[in-house]
Structures are given as structure tokens and as C-alpha cells.
Ligand binder design. Structure first.
Ligand code: BGC
Length: 754
């Protein structure tokens, strides 16, 4: 049979096979097949499995790599026909027929784009996140993508860092819950199903702590902090079965992650028992040279193998040097086998040996109506109402004409946010379109004022002001273009780019009520804007259905329930800014701001406490914050005990009542503080949350458990301790509010002696 016919038959059989999943093999069966295959592989073939390349179509050079067994997985190939042709080369035209894995950065949707992960975090709703991941896996799986480099669970405490957009914000407990939900959504209950993807917990580790919020920058993180905060979500994702991990670009305490044996081997594998796959970041093995950790690529390859990086993504370090390293006895073949084992294992777990091809009959399953609805709901739950002096919801009896202004009102590309390689922007429904549909085109006066968010040209201002004067309410859509956040897109200045702030002032000067709606990739510093506008809505880039979601919220068809997953700064210079900070020996009090200081005041006259003369102290809007069209009242928390032993648990109950006139969802947040400890503890730490919907007048009691692991912290590196002493506990609407109640952790001997 010639190869054309074989390809045809292979693709035909793929059509019949791919809709059904290959039966999942047991772990023992997978191990025995992996061992058998491994025993038949040459060293060259093994090294090929460890090599990941970026795709460039069905090109002769790539076909050559595949046929010679020099590549084991390919990223960035999304045309299902090309995927099948390349797969055919691997399955039919190599000695052992080992299938390829096709991978892609499907970060917040493949075609139907969901809010950026930071926006998904603002939903505080794991079910929304899981559903988004499920839909992404179905769409991406339909073109043969079976591995996504997501979720990113890097804790980020600095809004200057562009990649804050890609994670779940500043808190490890929130990031853990949402990261686990995302893994579940991608992987489903059976990874052999062709509409699932292997998840990838990234970037291991500490990447979000980049000094000064500058991407790829150095991180210095004491082991206790690393474990309490930065590793917490990773540990949970390892336990939840994230099929893969990716190591990070940064050096952490002097050692780049790609060569960091302590992280990759000692902590992840030995201590946590993780048995999935570790992929390098793009070129990160090679980058150990400029880091100053490796002499050359050969050295870097040896260090990465020793640390436990299974797949080399685009460094060509393994294909270039591993053979020589093994032949010279510097790396053992057994070590290479242990890496290859993880790759083959994943291929079996994905069912690729049985079911390697994309089913062309059901390929390209994009934009299903139910997926678009899910994306709209995600926008509705992710947008945060930061301020409302009664302008919202838009009052239909008073508002006849609406002015829609601003560069983000009709930005099909930019509303999608960062990390959308596969955007078809004509599918993005913008706020302008949605509002025109909702209120009738004739009632919307559109004048963008600025063409794009960085625009400094004010020639459009006069039309915008004219539009505002003719309208009963002004909806001003400002923010950041997608390109201003994401990898390598950090900002030192967190103000609204371009002339957007000036335009807001001019709109306000018309005397019309102005609603500022911000779409951005991070929390911006909007002190002036929040004072100026009558209402402020914050929407991290919302994706395909931004328009319909926002229109429903502005009109009041849906109520706001988004809560901030980050602390909003008053000024850029406050960063890094996060709620779970330490108290210091001189916590802020008696703040005197710069313009209130008398001339020639004495150096100590402003008090000597911890605040800024210009920004004061604390966030403009704290972590967990968000308003609603209704109001909620919290009872004081009720504890099941006022004393517990260090290994004891506690129940915390709190009754929440909807005290307003319409239904709404509230996020009850459980915080603790350990008042005195041998390593000073943060002023508050989130330990649980629950989003509940209440009808007007309805009350519900939420119940949380506090276990020893919630009260423990790391000490002396890896050791954990629950120390006796006083704790406070809050159930609160955000990190600044709520009434604390106290309990004590008491030594067992003390309890016994009473
Ligand atoms: C990013 C990763 C991404 C990889 C592959 C890198 O630049 O840091 O997050 O998964 O590229 O595209």
C-alpha cells in the first residue's frame, strides 16, 4: 500500500475511532506497556521523546524530525488536518509508532474566550472556572490539542507584573480552589476522551514574585514563605492529579527552576509523591546560561536532567547533548529512562496509542450556543462593582439616551485579553453592540473619544463631549489594550494609559452622570478616576461575551457578584500590595498626608508609623471587595469552641441576610489571624469562602471548618506548626471588614489539667 492510501485509511479509521474514548488503562497496565516500549527504544529514540518543538505546518523539515524520532510532542499546531498528517508520520512512519502529543496555550478558552484567569478569579466561583475549562477542552480537543499549558497558579502580589492577568490573583487559598477546578474541567473524569486535555500547573515555582514586578526577574523567597504562599496551590494541583507541571523561567534564591533539583525532585517528587510530567518553559533550559548557572548548553542539559525536567521545550539541549552526556557517563541512561517514562505514561493516559487522530467529522466544535452562554455568565460573575452612587442600574424611566464613549466600547480584539492565540475577533460581542441590541441603536450615541487606550490624540474629545451632553447617562469604557498585560508586558505605571483620564474629566464636566467601566489585564491605580466617576465597574478582560455580560449588569438584568481577587492600589508606588501582609512594629495610624503637613514641620510631627505621605496606607479597594445592587448583613461568627488543642478542629458559622430589595449573590470569606507566633503571622489570611445567592430578606447560615492545616504555618523550612495562643476569626465580605471573634489554641496538657 502506498503511503497516500495508508494515510487515507488511517484517517478514515480515525473518524470511526476518535468519537469514542479509548478505554482507560489501569496504572499497572500502563506501567507494563511503558516498560516494554522503553526496553525496545534506542537512546536516540528516547531522547526524541524528551524533545518538544513548536509546529510550523506539515513541512519537510518537521516530517524529517518526526520520521527520525527526534520529536515527541509539538506545540502550537492547531489545524486538525495538519495535526492528523503529522500524527500519521509518527504513528505509521517511525520504527515504534509512538504518537505525538499536540499542545497549546489554551489559557482562558480556545475559540470561545472566557474572562482572563484573573477575571475568572473575581467570580470566586469554582463551578464557573471548571465549566470554562471543560468548554476549552472540548473546543481545543476537537482540533487535536490534548495538552494545555494551564492553569497558571503563580501567586502575584504586584500588579506591575504583566502575567498577573494569567493567574488567580494574590491569595493562595483562592488560587488553589480555582486552580483545582480548572484542572478538573480540562481533564474531566477520563483523560482518554478526545475532548479532554492534560492540564499543566505552571510555573513551578515562585515566578509571580519577580522583583519589582518585572517579568523573568529574580526571586528571593524564604522557604517558609515559599511553602505557605507560593507552593500551596501547586501542592494542591499535584494532589488533584494535574497530569503535568511546567517549571518557571526565574531563578529562585539563586537557582533557576529548570536546574533546581530541590524544587523539582526533592519537594515535588520525593516529598509530594508527584508522578506526572515536568516540561521546561520555552527555552528555559538554554536560559540557564545567561542566568549564569550553566557554562554552556551541554552543562544546562545535564543540570536540567538531574533536576528532573522531562521535556525540553525549544532549547535543543537534550537533542544536542544528551547522547554525549550518557556516552561519557555524565548522565546515566537509567535517569534518561525515568524522564522518558513520564512522557510515555502521559501518552498512554491520554489514550493516544489507541486513538491518535482527530475525528474530522466532528472537528472544529466551536462557539456552541451553550458555550457562549457560559462565557456570558462568567463575565457577569467576574465584573466588580467598585462604586455606585445610585447611577446603576440604568434607570429606564429616566434614561432615554445613552452616550457610549471610550476606546474599549467596541474593541473586539482587546476585550479578549492576553494569551489568546486563536482569537477570531469577529466573534467578540462588544459592549457597544450589546447595548445597541438592548436599548435600540437609535438610543445609543457612540463617540469613542480615543481610538485605543494608549491614544494621546484628543481630537475625538469634542464629539465625545457632545454625545455626553445629548445623553441622560454616560457609559465610559476605558482600560488597557490586551497587549499591555501578559508575558513580558509589565508596567511601572499603573494609571490609565493615554489620555483616558483626561477624557473622563471632560465627560464629568458635562454634569451628566458618568459610569466608568474599566476592562484591563490587571488592577490599575484609579484613585482620581474613582473619585470622579459616579459609578465604577471593573472588568478584567472578559473575552468573547464581554458585551452581553456587561450590558446585563449595567441594565440590572443581572446583579453584580464579582469580588476582587487582588488589592487595588491608590498609587503604583504601593506595589507590591497584598492584604495578607505583616503588621510591623509600627502599624499605620494618625496618617498625615503630604498636603496637610505644615511648613517646616518637625521630622517626627507626622508620627512614626508605616504609611506613605502621598498614598496613605492600604488598598483603595481591598482584596475580596465588591458591591451589589442589594446589601448584605453578617452576624458575628459563632464558633463551636473557644479553645482547641493544636490538632483540634473548629466549626465557624455565620448567618448572612440579604437586607436589600433584590436577589443577589454574596461571597462569604473566612479569615484568620494568629496573634503571636514564633514567626510573625499576617494580619489576616483567607481560609475558606462560599458564594451564596439570597432572595430579598432571605438569611442563610454558612458553615466552615478550620482544621489544623488551616492554622499551621511553616517554620524551620519544611516543618509545620500550630502554635498555642490566641487567634481571631472573621467571616466577612472582604479583607478589611467584619467583626472578629477569638479562640485559643491550647496545649493538650493545659486542657487535661483543668
Ligand atoms: C510561557 C509559558 C508558555 C510557553 C509555551 C512561555 O513563554 O512562559 O507560560 O506555556 O511559553 O508557549
Amino acid at each position: 500500500m502506498n503511503s497516500k492510501n495508508r494515510l487515507f485509511l488511517a484517517l478514515l479509521s480515525a473518524c470511526c475511532l476518535a468519537t469514542a474514548s479509548a478505554a482507560a488503562l489501569s496504572e499497572a497496565e500502563i506501567n507494563s506497556r511503558v516498560n516494554d516500549l522503553l526496553s525496545r527504544m534506542t537512546l536516540e529514540e528516547k531522547i526524541g521523546q524528551l524533545n518538544q518543538l513548536s509546529g510550523y505546518g506539515y513541512a519537510p523539515e518537521m516530517v524529517g524530525h518526526i520520521r527520525s524520532g527526534a520529536v515527541g510532542s509539538i506545540l502550537n499546531e492547531v489545524d486538525p488536518e495538519v495535526v492528523n498528517k503529522l500524527q500519521h508520520e509518527a504513528v505509521e512512519n517511525t520504527r515504534l509508532g509512538i504518537p505525538l502529543i499536540f499542545a497549546r496555550d489554551v489559557i482562558h478558552g480556545f475559540k470561545t474566550i472566557f474572562p482572563i484567569p484573573l477575571g475568572q478569579a473575581a467570580t470566586w466561583n469554582p463551578a464557573i472556572v471548571e465549566e470554562g475549562a471543560r468548554i476549552a477542552a472540548d473546543e481545543a480537543g476537537s482540533v487535536g490539542i490534548r495538552w494545555t499549558f494551564s492553569p497558571m497558579v503563580d501567586i502575584a502580589r504586584d500588579a506591575r507584573w504583566g502575567r498577573i492577568a494569567e493567574g488567580f490573583g494574590e491569595d493562595p487559598v483562592l488560587a488553589t480552589a480555582l486552580g483545582v477546578a480548572m484542572v478538573k474541567g480540562y481533564q474531566g473524569d477520563d483523560l482518554t476522551k478526545p475532548n479532554t486535555m492534560a492540564a499543566c500547573a505552571k510555573h513551578f515555582a515562585g515566578y509571580g514574585a519577580a522583583e519589582a514586578g518585572k517579568d523573568y526577574n529574580t526571586t528571593w523567597i524564604p522557604e517558609e514563605l515559599l511553602r505557605d504562599v507560593y507552593l500551596r496551590p501547586f501542592k494542591a494541583l499535584a494532589d488533584a492529579g494535574s497530569a503535568t507541571f511546567m517549571c518557571s523561567f526565574n531563578d529562585i534564591n539563586g537557582v533557576p527552576s529548570s536546574g533546581n533539583r530541590k524544587l523539582l525532585q526533592n519537594i515535588l517528587r520525593d516529598e509530594w509523591g508527584y508522578d506526572g510530567l515536568m516540561v521546561s518553559d520555552w527555552g528555559s533550559i538554554q536560559q540557564m546560561i545567561p542566568h549564569g548557572y550553566s557554562e554552556n548548553l551541554r552543562h544546562a542539559a545535564a543540570q536540567a536532567v538531574d533536576a528532573g525536567v522531562d521535556i525540553d521545550m525549544e532549547s535543543y539541549a537534550y537533542t544536542g547533548h544528551l547522547r554525549d552526556l550518557v556516552e561519557k557517563g555524565e548522565v546515566s541512561e537509567a535517569r534518561v529512562d525515568s524522564l522518558v517514562r513520564n512522557v510515555l505514561n502521559l501518552k498512554y493516559r491520554l489514550g493516544l496509542f489507541e486513538n491518535p487522530y482527530v475525528d474530522m467529522a466532528s472537528a472544529k466544535r466551536f462557539y456552541a450556543p451553550a458555550s457562549l452562554e457560559a462565557a456570558r455568565r462568567a463575565v457577569e460573575e467576574s465584573a466588580i462593582l467598585l462604586k455606585n452612587s445610585g447611577t446603576l442600574p440604568i434607570n429606564n424611566s429616566k434614561v432615554k439616551k445613552i452616550a457610549v464613549i471610550g476606546p474599549m466600547a467596541d474593541a473586539q480584539h482587546d476585550q479578549a485579553g492576553t494569551w489568546v492565540f486563536d482569537l477570531e475577533k469577529e466573534h467578540s460581542v462588544t459592549p457597544l453592540t450589546a447595548l445597541q441590541q438592548m436599548y435600540g441603536k437609535e438610543n445609543i450615541i457612540y463617540a469613542p473619544g480615543l481610538e485605543y487606550t494608549r491614544d494621546l490624540n484628543t481630537k475625538g474629545f469634542s464629539d465625545a463631549v457632545k454625545a455626553a451632553k445629548k445623553a441622560d447617562v454616560v457609559l465610559y469604557f476605558a482600560g488597557e489594550e490586551a497587549v499591555l498585560s501578559g508575558e513580558a508586558h509589565c508596567r511601572a505605571d499603573l494609571s490609565l494609559p493615554g489620555a483616558q483620564s483626561r477624557l473622563l474629566d471632560e465627560l464629568k464636566a458635562t454634569g451628566k452622570p458618568v459610569v466608568l467601566i474599566v476592562q484591563a489585564g490587571r488592577q490599575l491605580a484609579l484613585m482620581h478616576e474613582c473619585e470622579t466617576a459616579d459609578a465604577v465597574v471593573y472588568c478584567f478582560h472578559g473575552g468573547t461575551m464581554t458585551g452581553p455580560g456587561l450590558a446585563n449588569l449595567l441594565a440590572g438584568t443581572t446583579n453584580f457578584s464579582g469580588r476582587s481577587p487582588v488589592s487595588f492600589p491608590r498609587m503604583s508606588g504601593q506595589e507590591p500590595l497584598y492584604y495578607n501582609r505583616k503588621n510591623t512594629g509600627r502599624p499605620a495610624e494618625g496618617i498625615t498626608l503630604i498636603n496637610d503637613i505644615p511648613l517646616e514641620a518637625g521630622q517626627t510631627s507626622t508620627g512614626c508609623t508605616s504609611f506613605y505621605l502621598d498614598a496613605g496606607d492600604g488598598a483603595l479597594f481591598p482584596f475580596g471587595y465588591g458591591l451589589s445592587y442589594t446589601t448584605f448583613a453578617y452576624s458575628d461568627p459563632v464558633l463551636s469552641a473557644t479553645e482547641i488543642a493544636p490538632d483540634g478542629s473548629l466549626t465557624v458559622k455565620c448567618t448572612i441576610t440579604n437586607t436589600g430589595k433584590r436577589a443577589g449573590a454574596e461571597v462569604a470569606q473566612l479569615y484568620i489571624r494568629d496573634h503571636v507566633a514564633s514567626l510573625v503571622r499576617p494580619v489576616r489570611e483567607l481560609r475558606g469562602f462560599e458564594k451564596i445567592t439570597l432572595q430579598p430578606g432571605e438569611s442563610r447560615t454558612v458553615e466552615f471548618q478550620l482544621h489544623p492545616s488551616d492554622l499551621a504555618f511553616h517554620i524551620n523550612g519544611a516543618q509545620t506548626a500550630v502554635e498555642p495562643g490566641e487567634f481571631s476569626v472573621w467571616v466577612a465580605p472582604n479583607a478589611n471588614e467584619g467583626n472578629p471573634v477569638k479562640f485559643n489554641v491550647v496545649k493538650p496538657a493545659e486542657i487535661a489539667s483543668r
